[in-house]
Design a binder for this molecule. Structure first.
Ligand SMILES: Nc1ncnc2c1ncn2[C@@H]1O[C@H](COP(=O)(O)OP(=O)(O)OP(=O)(O)O)[C@@H](O)[C@H]1O
Ligand SMILES: [Mg+2]
Length: 942
């Protein structure tokens, strides 16, 4: 009834998939509004078009079962496609599938166990599994189009949601329509991302209006009664259906999600059932969402023949409906929910226990048993603990969230003195963070702390750091500091390595909120070395010193400390670095800010290799942001863009807001330089919005990016405001020194362009004030600021200043800013009628911009040249060096090996879209336009 618009969208999606395309459909709306009904309609329309229709439903009571909704939809059919998977899907992948789909384990030849350690990296393992599942979907759709229907995703387990998130970013290359329905929960990031899918359509299904309500109820209801029922039900069809069966005045409690009267109506309906039918309904509600008579007989503890009789009655009364392959389901989740709530808690335990015992007897895997064990086992039950631990370990690498849930279940039953307790708890905490469930990660870390004696041991200190870090990732930075301080107060030996790492974390916290004095005081209190420290601990302390001195304005001291730390790092073996990478990133950031992007880039790469190897995935995206920034400074824009993309992708997987901000800000800066102003504004705005108003350094960097982007797109006023905000209004505690010079220089340029010479000169003076003789970046930018301010009054002098700026910046690995200085120099020289020098400056500027791929700056340089009457040939593509980055080389080699984008994405653990962007850069750099071109370019000797 009704739903014309929705049905049109459904038909369109079916047509697109029938033509070999991919479509994703997300239906949202309140419970009972008619989403499932629409999904059924989609199934009914797809089947006659020759679609294979596979449907699954997530349910309220099995939320933690990993890949539950996918198993429901695909489970019975996956064994059929396993033999048809492409040959490159090795036995290890089949083994992974059999870990998810019990049917594969039952019906396919047993694959060899995966090599131990192959899945040690949970991010990589999940990525590999997602790739395999995507191939499964694609193989289903090989001979005819596929409609994959997934209902009730608001109860979807996080492994399934993670896969869907992956699937919409890496659409299968086949005729597939994935249709989903859920109650939209903006706090579940993967759901939020699903409704923004690229090849997708989001439909919010609304309630019936009065006319539709009347039509739905039919002629048997008076006008007044129709109006009354519409008012009470709000036009919700499920409520209407339930209420219309009940007489009398119905009321709606505005507090309850479901009107009380609706619940009452369903209860009334259940009241009409016979006692045996009610028992079977209850057992079924507890047991499973889709159930077979055999299992319900076990659950209810009655003979199967009785169950069959009872099911007949339940079907006739409409409480349950038969579904595919001999199973049954409740008419609606709310019906199951109501039946469930009429069963006593103790009885529900007994049902789960009976099912668990039964499954164990028939040799079901731990992962199938775990759900029932979790719902029935008692404290101290060693066998139950064992099952839960086994299930948790089995899914640890590919379903971290479910794994954490079962580990926690095991923990709840473990006696206080269980030897594995602390280790399991720390594991739970890490798994939650890796799964992007930061709150739970935090809670688990806190639990470890409650368990261990205060101030003692490495485990306790590690838990404290972890707990502080999750709070920071969650944006609760004050608490993060409080946790560390609290822990430190209780530590007997403040110079033990464990205590030192905590103290360093506190220094970092203060630096982040731009409280240099506190940071300095804390750091000065830590000795340079102590006999109990290893090389990495000594290095960690040294790694934070430069940033403290720099933030404090003690530049010469900072530069000396940079050298010391860099030397210490060179002699520290990778094997020791695990606990110190966090501090090491600070060395990298100092190098970046103080004008050594090449060193920073090298050291960030080292951070990345250690964090990946030691499972500290939450540091990876931060390091990638830093790396992207270094690459930008060095003029490698194409490289920087993909690094920043990967950083954002990872941060989103971890659900870490601050890291998303970092990545987006960097992404914006890259687009700014590439000349895509609108994209730059977009990225920066998302960064600023995500950052909120924390008053921390990284938020200021997002403002800086926004300021640049706004000015670039002609929004001078707003741009200036953002730039000022980035410098914290030049108040103390303020941004770091180079940022202050940077902002002053940009404002000097902006004011000069607006013809406000006095204001421009003031900003130039400001840039001078903050610049420091030992920091060439700052003196270079200050000279450039001076040039801007003199451009119209004394162009000859302006040109000199700008040329000086260019020399300093180019000599210090800042080609893009050097290019900007050359552009200013050329423009000024032209105004001073010094044609020859102007020509030379502009030509060099154009070379720099062309080489880096800074398109709009290149256009500006060309425009200035043409203004001087110089003939400039239109360039085909950048004349820059054709060298490929490490990542691009990897991609290019895989292309040469004949791999598809998707295969490359799977091999490198990035999305297909990121591969596409790598490829675009590779084509540009190699000057080719096809994959074949890449192959021959790689083969040619140069
Ligand atoms: N357009 C419609 N015409 C007639 N009946 C409808 C229509 N939409 C929904 N209904 C009926 O209303 C009831 C509830 O609909 P449905 O189960 O599709 O809701 P839902 O949105 O999937 O709810 P939930 O979010 O709780 O799963 C069903 O019995 C369904 O048949
Ligand atoms: Mg539904």
């Amino acid at each position: 009834m009704g739903r014309r618009e929705e049905l049109r969208a459904i038909d369109e999606a079916i047509a697109a998939a029938a033509g070999g395309g991919f479509r994703f459909l997300a239906l949202t709306g309140e419970p009972g509004v008619g989403k499932t009904r629409l999904l059924n309609e989609l199934a009914a329309r797809a089947a006659p078009e020759g679609f294979l229709v596979l449907a699954g439903r997530a349910s309220e009571y099995e939320r933690e079962v990993p890949f539950g909704v996918l198993v429901d939809a695909l489970g019975d059919h996956v064994p059929d496609v396993v033999p048809k998977l492409p040959p490159r899907v090795g036995p290890a992948a089949v083994a992974r599938l059999s870990g998810i789909f019990p049917t594969v384990a039952d019906r396919c030849e047993p694959p060899p166990a995966p090599e131990p350690g192959a899945d040690a990296n949970p991010v990589a393992a999940r990525h590999r599994l997602h790739g395999t599942l995507r191939l499964v979907v694609q193989t289903f759709a090989k001979s005819r189009p596929l409609a994959l229907i997934l209902d009730g995703l608001h109860w979807g387990d996080s492994a399934s949601l993670g896969f869907l998130d992956y699937l919409v970013r890496n659409p299968p290359r086949a005729g597939v329509v994935v249709a989903t329905a859920f109650h939209y929960r903006p706090d579940i990031p993967s759901l939020a991302r699903l409704i923004q899918a690229d090849d997708g359509l989001h439909l919010n299904v609304g309630c019936f209006d009065l006319g539709e309500t009347a039509e739905y109820l039919g002629a048997g209801f008076s006008r007044a009664r129709q109006r009354e029922l519409h008012r009470v039900s709000g036009g919700n069809p499920f409520y209407l259906e339930a209420l219309s069966r009940m007489d009398g005045a119905a009321t709606r409690d505005p507090q309850a999600e479901v009107p009380l009267s609706v619940r009452a109506a369903i209860q009334l309906e259940l009241g009409g059932l016979s006692e045996p039918a009610l028992l079977v309904a209850r057992a079924a509600a507890v047991a499973a969402d889709a159930f077979e008579p055999g299992l319900i007989a076990v659950a209810a503890g009655v003979p199967e023949s009785d169950v069959v009789t009872a099911l007949d009655e339940l079907v006739v009364s409409g409480v349950v409906q038969p579904s595919a392959t001999g199973r049954f389901r409740f008419r609606h989740p709310l019906v199951r929910n109501t039946v469930y709530s009429t069963a006593a808690a103790g009885w529900r335990h007994a049902v789960h226990a009976r099912i668990a015992r039964h499954l164990e007897q028939v040799g079901a895997p731990a992962t199938l048993l775990a759900h029932h064990v979790e719902n029935s086992a008692r404290y101290g039950d060693a066998a139950a603990i064992d099952i839960l631990l086994r299930a948790a370990r089995a899914v640890e690498s590919h379903a971290p969230s479910a794994s954490a849930f079962w580990f926690s279940g095991a923990l709840r039953r473990m006696p206080e003195d269980h030897p594995e307790r602390v280790a399991v708890m720390l594991k739970v905490s890490r798994l939650h963070v890796v799964a992007g469930e930061l709150e739970q990660g935090e809670r688990a870390a806190d639990e470890v702390m409650r368990l261990l004696p205060r101030g003692e041991g490495t485990d306790r200190a590690r838990a404290a750091r972890f707990s502080a870090m999750t709070r920071r990732l969650l944006g609760r930075v004050e608490e993060s500091r409080a946790v560390i301080m609290d822990e430190l107060r209780a530590m007997p030996d403040r110079e033990s390595p464990a205590a030192v790492h905590l103290r360093l974390r506190l220094v970092a916290e203060n630096l982040l909120r731009m409280d240099q004095d506190a940071a300095r005081a804390l750091l000065d209190d830590i000795p340079e070395h102590s006999p109990s420290w290893d090389a990495a601990c000594t290095m960690a302390v040294a790694a934070l010193r430069p940033m403290c001195s720099y933030a404090d304005g003690q530049i010469d001291r900072a530069l000396g400390e940079l050298d010391t730390a860099s030397h210490l790092l060179a002699i520290t073996p990778d094997g020791q670095l695990a606990e110190s990478v966090d501090s090491l990133t600070w060395l990298c950031w100092s190098e970046l800010l103080m004008g050594r992007p090449a060193d920073a880039s090298r050291h960030f790469e080292r951070v990345l290799s250690v964090t990946r190897a030691t499972g500290q995935h939450f540091i990876v995206s931060v390091a990638m942001c830093g790396l992207a920034r270094a690459q930008t400074a060095l003029g490698g824009l194409a490289r920087a863009a993909t690094t920043a993309d990967e950083a954002v992708e990872l941060a989103e997987m971890l659900n870490a807001g601050q890291q998303i901000v970092f990545g987006l800000a960097q992404r914006s800066v890259v687009e700014y330089w590439k000349g895509n102003g609108a994209d730059a504004v977009d990225f920066a705005r998302r960064a600023v919005d995500t950052a909120g108003d924390q008053g921390e350094w990284w938020g200021k960097q997002a403002e800086l990016a926004l300021g640049l982007a706004l000015v670039e797109t002609g929004q001078a006023e707003a741009g200036a405001r953002s730039l000022l905000e980035a410098a914290n209004g030049f108040a103390r505690p303020g941004s770091d020194l180079v940022t202050l010079v940077q902002v002053s220089e940009r404002l000097a340029e902006l004011e000069a362009a607006r013809g406000r010479h006095a204001a421009s000169a003031e900003w130039a003076a400001e840039a001078d004030k903050y610049s420091h003789a030992s920091l060439p970046v700052s003196t270079g930018l200050a000279a450039l600021a001076r040039a801007h301010s003199l451009l119209s009054t004394d162009p000859g002098a302006a040109a000199e200043h700008a040329r000086g700026a260019a020399a300093v910046l180019a000599g210090n690995e800042y080609p893009l800013d050097a290019g900007r200085a050359l552009l200013t120099a050329g423009t000024a020289a032209a105004r001073a009628s010094r044609r020859d020098t102007a020509k030379a400056d502009l030509r060099r500027a154009a070379e720099v911009f062309g080489g880096c791929g800074a398109a709009s700056f290149l256009r500006r340089a060309v425009r200035e040249q043409r203004r001087l009457g110089i003939y400039v040939p239109v360039r085909g593509r950048s004349s820059g060096p054709h060298e490929l980055s490490r990542r691009e080389l990897e991609v290019a080699e895989l292309v040469s090996a004949g791999r598809t984008n998707q295969q490359i994405a799977e091999a490198l653990f990035i999305s297909a879209r990121t591969v596409e962007s790598h490829l675009a850069h590779i084509f540009a750099k190699l000057g080719v336009s096809s994959r074949a071109g890449v192959v021959s370019a790689l083969r040619s000797p140069s």
